[in-house]
Design a protein around this ligand. Sequence first.
Ligand code: ZN
Length: 99
Amino acid sequence: MLNLPNLEILDMKENDDDYRFLVETASSPPFYCPKCGTVANLYKHGKKKQLFFDLPMHAKRVGIYVDRQRYKCRECNETFFENLLDMDINRSVTNRLID
Ligand SMILES: [Zn+2]
């Protein structure tokens, strides 16, 4: 329904004005610690829901909650979130909304 192949829809709610999706990443892209660059010594460290807005659908606003995986690096103790290829993280919207 969202046509965002990197994301898997877990739940969808609808009311008169909004669609609200809950999603998680279908497959994590390759990633590394942004501080020290290690790829091997990372482990999962909780999740956090973050809201992004997408293109309106059927004249309703579309909000996407991403249950975003957080990781911690054993080398340098940095924590960071997985990449979201479809999202503009700083603006909390999908890339296609900006396009
Ligand atoms: Zn690190």
